[in-house]
Design a protein around this ligand. Structure first.
Ligand SMILES: Nc1ncnc2c1ncn2[C@@H]1O[C@H](COP(=O)(O)OP(=O)(O)OP(=O)(O)O)[C@@H](O)[C@H]1O
Ligand SMILES: Nc1ncnc2c1ncn2[C@@H]1O[C@H](COP(=O)(O)OP(=O)(O)OP(=O)(O)O)[C@@H](O)[C@H]1O
Ligand SMILES: [Mg+2]
Ligand SMILES: [Mg+2]
Lengths: 256, 256
């Protein structure tokens, strides 16, 4: 059975997509079969692995609306062992269109169920909100990985995110737990970075990954070529950090 | 009559809140009476001007649900001539709670109508999505200011944002126009910054502000003290850039 990890944080621009696609690539490079699910209508994870929106291909919105089966919407990427269930701008409408559906929060869980046997890991990239698409991600997942930018506004939203995770755990997904908190865009020279990091470790202790992702311009360049960081520049600090994160995540899973 | 400007971009973390509150402060410093409307459930604009959520005070959610009149929810800030209509986490529910309301897109316009006589400018900070809260912001506004991070993913979402503005203009708010595109977190040393800036100027020409906002750590520190950049460090590059933006915006308004 696949392990399903939702990558979520309602604060915008904290590195959810960059983490989803590069962690997925790092796990695939270690020989794991990985499915990346792009549940953000912006579709950054899809274009970040070189898959561009086109109406011939199936995408997640078709699955939400029962127009296609999940398997037919999954595409291969250039990275061996990494597949993607791409997004579409139509996902913006899901919140309203599913309003009267009973158990509308469990839709993604049902969509992913037939794929469990084919993958070791399923990584879900969530949009910057706590609406129905993110709730579906949290309900479909075994655990939640929380990317956290070392900035004041990002810290402010953390309590709200943890509260939402608790609510989903209580009412929709009893087994849900926090996989870990990942410090992103970490800048050693910056006082604020250290203040935020200290604060987060105080509250979350061992749940904070030892691996931090440094601010590294190569990470923001690689999506413009439709490449993961491992394809674009395997030797840069950003690639090394995501490889290290993959190893740390695998090590922690073994210990469970 | 006040000029109403929505600050919007569904891409997360591009500087919407940082621009809303610091532009509002720059206009207030020039002697304009300004109301900052925080329509993001995260409430970053509210805490960025030192107003913390408390249930005694009224906030925007009360106005959406007709529990309080607008005036009673507006608070003064430490900056002279700058007032705020604060946010609340309850705004997350507005999308679903207003589902059956006729003209639910015009709610914010009606909420702000009684305040027009008291202000020169009303600045609306929008959340990172194209849902009902942002649509209300675009419908209540005379124009839209689009902060744009000089990164690939931010560029990718621009077509979708412009399309949404066009739709709102056609169906809900005939007079809506683009006030300008503001390049944020601009890093002169970074090749990607220049590539994105060139691309944006090619498509939007004179709509792109001459003023750019440099990446400046003081801008990310000031919110942790509940201060605008003008209060925190008036001499830093971030403060100078927002003062210059205020002047450019006032000059352009005169030419209209
Ligand atoms: N460690 C890093 N170093 C430098 N740039 C980064 C890093 N991580 C992400 N970025 C860049 O920062 C921007 C925001 O990252 P990203 O889009 O992954 O965040 P997000 O949380 O998915 O945003 P959204 O909330 O819009 O979904 C992107 O342009 C990305 O390329
Ligand atoms: N010019 C800048 N230089 C350095 N840091 C900046 C700059 N502008 C914004 N920031 C910081 O970058 C982060 C993102 O900015 P901000 O929160 O204003 O974006 P946003 O678009 O409002 O995000 P969201 O989509 O979550 O609403 C914040 O931590 C902010 O302090
Ligand atoms: Mg993203
Ligand atoms: Mg914001």
């Amino acid at each position: 059975k696949a392990k399903v990890i939702a990558v979520a944080n309602q604060k915008g621009g904290v590195g959810k997509t960059t983490t989803s696609l590069n962690l997925a690539a790092a796990l695939a490079a270690k020989g794991k079969k990985v499915l990346l699910v792009d549940s953000d209508p912006q579709g950054n994870a899809s274009s970040g692995v070189g898959v561009f929106k086109s109406d011939e291909n199936g995408h997640l919105y078709h699955c939400y609306m029962n127009n296609r089966d999940t398997e037919s919407c999954i595409l291969e990427t250039r990275s061996k062992k990494l597949s993607i269930l791409p997004s579409s701008i139509d996902l913006v409408g899901v919140e309203i269109e599913l309003i009267s559906l009973k158990e509308r929060e469990k839709k993604l869980k049902r969509i992913l169920r037939p794929t469990h046997g084919h993958y070791h890991y399923i990584i879900i990239d969530c949009p910057p909100s706590l609406g129905l698409l993110t709730i579906n991600g949290l309900t479909a997942a075994d655990s939640v990985l929380i990317p956290l930018q070392c900035e004041y506004f990002a810290l402010e939203g953390l309590a709200q995110l943890v509260e939402t995770i608790r609510k989903v755990k209580r009412t929709l997904n009893r087994g849900l737990y926090i996989e870990g908190l990942l410090l992103t865009m970490y800048d050693r020279r910056n006082r604020l970075t250290h203040q935020v990091a200290t604060e987060v470790k105080k509250h979350f202790g061992a749940q904070v990954y030892n691996t931090v992702i440094p601010r590294n311009v190569r990470l923001s360049e690689s999506p413009s070529y439709g490449k993961t960081i491992l394809e674009y520049d395997r030797k840069c600090p950003g690639a090394k950090a995501y490889i290290k994160l993959g190893n740390e995540l695998l090590r922690r899973s073994k210990e469970e």
